[in-house]
Design a protein around this ligand. Structure first.
Ligand code: TYM
Length: 342
């Protein structure tokens, strides 16, 4: 990660915020690009993490399925190492300050800049029969999530970079009008070879996504070991039979990235390890590394899902803690824009 990881202990602990949508079981892309790093940051930062259910309804969701997936996503975050005793772990819709402040920030965001968001362009093409206003103002809600907690760093995958840029623009604009109010956050994105963008196993020019209609294209972090190995064996590569990182070898580059993050070996060491061996061996080794990494996550997840009472206790407390913090910002913002105090 970046230099932020080395923040001196003597300073006030910096604030980290990140979130994930409960639109399906997390993929290996979510895990390597983001969630795996979140637990590690708890030592040195004040961390807030949330399940972004408000964002999820920008695409039509079946209510019972959304409820189930929200709880599952919450448990998965804990299974991936987020400790609700050390971080504030909550569900976005449980803190009404998110929607309240989002309205204010909508009034500081331009139609033109939202029209340029690549995720909006992609999603409005994909869901052409439901290009709703929420899909359009999605980045403003995301900016609100971050700015409500005066966040210093936002650990995300590469695909969220543009949303962080607009967050800074919105905060800068608000501060420009009313004076210093909102902290400008920095993105905290892994380097490319450390998993900032994990690609589809079936089309390595596309990012791995939980909404991909082809389940062979992504690894879900709850996939059984046999399924994981099979998906890696059928991953699309090239016809060169040479494990090396090079342009035009997107499939192999992607597998090398995954293997490198999970084993700590650099690309040169991986090339050496598999020199003269076929892709079959390499794909099996990558699959096995993934199975080994996910085994404890899967075991912990099962335990957590068996104790719904504990999960409920955690998300209730998380919401109270989040609200206590965000109240300071939203009250300041409301005062600044001229709302009469209730
Ligand atoms: P979401 O739910 O799409 O993804 C959660 C996190 O996973 C990362 N990610 C990836 N990283 C590497 N390779 C991939 N193939 C890959 N796919 C996903 C994402 O970059 C993200 O970090 N809008 C956000 C959720 C959100 C949020 C926020 C994030 C709501 N409010 C405030 C940060 C701060 C989203 O849809 O992420």
């Amino acid at each position: 990660m970046t230099e932020a990881a080395a923040a001196p202990q003597t300073e006030r602990k910096k604030i980290i915020f990140s979130a994930i949508q409960p639109t399906g079981v997390f993929t290996l892309g979510n895990y390597i690009g983001a969630v795996r790093n979140w637990g590690k940051l708890q030592e040195d930062y004040n961390c807030l993490y949330c399940v972004a259910d408000l964002h999820a309804i920008t695409v039509r969701q079946e209510p019972a399925a959304l409820r189930k997936r929200t709880l599952e996503a919450y448990a998965l975050l804990m299974a991936c190492g987020i400790d609700p005793e050390r971080s504030i772990l909550f569900i976005q819709s449980h803190n009404p300050h998110h929607t309240g402040m989002s309205w204010v920030l909508n009034c500081f965001t331009q139609f033109g800049e939202l029209s340029r968001m690549t995720q909006f362009k992609d999603k409005s093409a994909r869901y052409a029969n439901d290009v709703n206003a929420g899909l359009f103002t999605y980045p403003v809600l995301m900016a609100t999530d971050i700015l409500l907690y005066q966040t210093d760093y936002v650990p995300v995958g590469e695909d969220q970079r543009q949303h962080l840029e607009i967050t800074r623009d919105i905060a800068g604009r608000f501060n420009g009008v009313y004076g210093p109010t909102l902290t400008l956050p920095e993105p905290f994105i892994p380097k490319a070879e450390q998993g900032a963008r994990i690609m589809s196993l079936q089309d390595p020019t596309k990012k791995m996504s939980k909404s991909d209609p082809n389940p062979k294209a992504f690894i879900s972090i709850l996939d059984e070991p046999g399924v994981i190995l099979k998906k890696f064996r059928s991953a699309v590569t090239d016809s060169e039979a040479r494990v090396a990182c090079a342009p035009g070898k997107e499939g192999i580059n992607n597998l090398m990235g995954i293997y490198s993050v999970l084993t700590g070996k650099d690309f040169a060491a991986i090339e050496e390890e598999f020199a003269g061996r076929g892709y079959g061996d390499f794909k099996t080794a990558v699959g096995e590394a993934v199975v080994q990494e996910l085994a404890p996550v899967q075991a912990r997840y099962k335990e957590l899902m068996a104790d719904k009472g504990y999960l409920e206790e955690c998300y209730r407390r998380g919401a109270q803690q989040a609200m206590a913090l965000s109240r300071r910002t939203i009250e300041k913002v409301y005062r600044r824009v001229g709302f009469l105090q209730p």
